[in-house]
Ligand binder design. Structure first.
Ligand code: B12
Length: 215
């Protein structure tokens, strides 16, 4: 990834210039200067993960973080049509995945990105939302009949609700596989006592999983 590209993008974000940031990112895709994977992992993710507020006033920091996230979300939604186009050209893996974040978990950018990555690997994947109550997850499984449910968890406080959610999924739908991903599982101790089938923490993990499932 060209360092100047990241710096230009960060400058638009720093100036809170949503129009220029979105236009710049979409041009990179339209002109094939980056792939979707590079855009997400080398530009969008670091622009959030390494965001540091220069203000001393915490209130200002919070709206800046919200605004930055909303810019990134707009770019992700704008990329969806390019994800569809590319995924139409690859061999489908006939497996459905429902992606979500469990109740109380508001961090959703990683979940949206990975839904797109799953589509680009050939999965029939859909992101159904953040902060999803347990009853709604069970209802989505009943209606949509996925092969897998993928839960993205960032905040370690949400490990307890993740355990309750995965216990319920396995109790009522033992045939549905559970995929876990997100910052909370970087600490493997957080997996203790949770029922799951796969933990995927990177695009290479996801690629290895798709190979395994497709074969
Ligand atoms: C944006 C943001 C928010 C936004 C989220 C908005 C949104 N719509 O998503 C808002 C403002 C809501 C928010 C709120 C809070 N946040 Co916040 N937030 C962030 C921030 C700046 C970026 C997160 C992000 O989007 N990263 C970019 C994505 C792409 O990275 P990612 O999620 O890790 O995903 C990658 C991988 O983990 C993986 N992955 C993720 N999910 C999945 C799923 C699957 C299936 C797979 C295969 C892979 C995968 O793939 C991605 C690409 O590599 C981080 C800073 C940081 N260092 O991450 C803090 C951070 C996560 N937040 C934090 C905190 C503490 C909070 C609050 C508690 C703050 C508060 N006091 O209110 C609340 C909690 C809200 C809640 N109940 O969930 C802490 C968490 C610390 C911790 N480990 O406990 C962080 C780390 C900030 C910090 N340094 O303290 N936050």
């Amino acid at each position: 990834m060209n360092h100047d590209i990241l710096q230009t993008f960060l400058a638009y974000l720093k100036a809170e210039n949503k129009a220029q940031a979105v236009t710049f990112a979409m041009k990179l895709i339209e002109e094939s200067k980056t792939t979707i994977e590079e855009l997400y992992l080398d530009i969008l993710a670091p622009s959030l993960i390494y965001f540091q507020c220069e203000e001393h006033d915490e209130d200002i920091c919070i709206w800046k973080e919200h605004f930055r996230t909303s810019i990134i979300r707009t770019i992700l939604e704008s990329c969806y049509q390019y994800v569809l186009k590319r995924s139409a050209q690859i061999k489908p893996i006939n497996k459905k995945i429902v992606v979500l974040t469990p109740a109380f978990e508001y961090h959703e950018i990683g979940a949206i990105m990975n839904t797109h990555f799953m589509m680009l690997e050939g999965f029939d994947a859909n992101y159904i939302g953040a902060n999803t109550p347990r009853s709604e997850i069970l209802s989505a499984i009943r209606a949509y009949k996925p092969d897998y449910v993928a839960l993205s968890v960032t905040n370690p406080y949400n490990i307890v609700v993740t355990k309750q959610t995965t216990d319920e999924i396995k109790r009522y739908f033992p045939e549905v596989g559970i995929i876990l991903g997100g910052q909370a599982f970087k600490d493997r101790n957080h997996l203790d006592n949770i029922q799951f089938d796969e933990v995927l923490n990177s695009l290479s993990d996801l690629k290895a999983f798709s190979k395994k499932v497709a074969s």
